[in-house]
Design a protein around this ligand. Structure first.
Ligand code: SF4
Length: 362
């Protein structure tokens, strides 16, 4: 059985040509999968019944199975998916407050938004000290169909239509270590979500940034930084040994930004590690020359998964934000959403998984 999810419109037409020879039939099938979120050919009611039955014999629409849904009172809902080989991944449905800037469109606070946070790998080898997924270790790359399938399965479950949600690649995995499939998924998602409302978040994989930079239509870029000096960043994010801050910033200076857009830098604040005034001064000095903005994310604590790492007091977070803003860099504090839903990356799957020890960040 061939999976039609993850195929381009042209590849769908090629795959089904013996059953649905007319080009408009292939276009109908693609539309049913991507715009109308069909999970089964029997739902494609504008196709002849015999055609639907023939398609069902040779093809599947491989939406991931929902293994668990965990809603939080604020509207956020976390989905644990099981893939065809048994791998488990997470995605999150996030309802963003009208009062706060969006992850993807901070210039226009006030609009009502839903954001879908997608995984790109079933684990992660990058091993950031503040990340639950990092504790699980490496997992395989997801296919383009498995990436898009998370979005479509959530759209089906939550009943939202095309162009009604933003997308962020901030779930499990480093998207730019799976750049070929992420690029294919971005192409497919364009049917649903404009690149302006899509954000790819990376730990700073320079070759992947350069690949995305070369595309004609680019998503927004977010870079997980979490320290403005190499020594602290290497402790928090070992990938900094391969892609240190200076070459990373050089690559970002070459990123072709559209007028009025900025690169987002994520900074996970950890008490006593990277939350001092001096850290904030350094951060502002590093980013001021770039069209940038900072998302400050107070650590989502997990005694079980991230022992010894503490969230700073709210007053410390606010003071850090003020120093960065006074230093000339726009800043937003991301007070955690969906804590009750284990919404931090990897926490839902992590309930059931073996783990590797936490590195020493201090
Ligand atoms: S924060 Fe992202 S890149 Fe770092 S370990 Fe977690 S999933 Fe991987």
């Amino acid at each position: 059985m061939q999976d039609l999810l993850g195929l381009s419109p042209l590849d769908v037409a090629r795959a089904v040509r013996e059953i649905a020879a007319e080009p408009f039939r292939a276009a109908q099938i693609f539309k049913w999968i991507h715009e109308r979120r069909a999970a089964d050919f029997s739902e494609m009611t504008n196709l002849p019944k015999a055609m639907r039955e023939a398609l069902a014999k040779d093809f599947v629409i491989g939406l991931p199975k929902i293994a668990l849904r965990t809603p939080a009172p604020d509207g956020t809902e976390k989905f644990l998916f099981e893939l065809s080989d048994g791998a488990r991944i997470e995605a999150v449905y996030i309802v963003e407050s009208k009062k706060t800037p969006s992850w993807t469109d901070p210039e226009t606070p006030g609009a009502s938004r839903v954001t879908i946070c997608l995984s790109s790998q079933a684990g992660c080898a990058v091993d950031c000290a503040f990340c639950v997924t990092g504790r699980m270790g490496a997992g395989r790359n997801l296919t383009a169909g498995e990436i898009v399938g998370q979005y479509l399965a959530i759209a089906r479950a939550k009943s939202f239509g095309p162009h009604e949600a933003n997308v962020v690649f901030m779930g499990m995995g480093e998207p730019l270590l799976n750049v070929a499939n992420v690029v294919r998924a971005l192409d497919l998602l364009e049917e649903e979500v404009s690149p302006k409302r899509t954000t790819v978040s990376t730990a700073g994989i320079v070759p992947g940034i350069e690949t995305l930079a070369g595309r004609p239509r680019r998503p927004n870029l977010a870079v997980s930084l979490s320290a403005a000096d190499d020594e602290t960043r290497t402790k928090l994010m070992p990938i900094n040994r391969t892609y240190p801050i200076a070459p990373l910033i050089s690559a970002l200076k070459r990123w072709p930004l559209e007028r009025g857009r900025r690169i987002t830098f994520e900074y996970v604040l950890i008490a006593g590690v990277n939350d001092r005034t001096a850290d904030a001064v350094k951060l502002a000095a590093l980013l001021r020359p770039l069209p940038s903005k900072v998302n400050l994310i107070p650590l989502n604590e997990s005694k079980e998964w991230l022992p010894g790492l503490l969230r700073p007091a709210d007053a410390v977070v606010n003071a850090f934000a003020k120093v960065v803003a006074d230093g000339g860099v726009p800043v937003t504090v991301r007070w955690s959403k969906g804590l009750q839903a284990d919404a931090a990356c990897g926490q839902l799957k992590g309930r059931e998984e073996p783990r590797r020890p936490a590195p020493q960040a201090r």
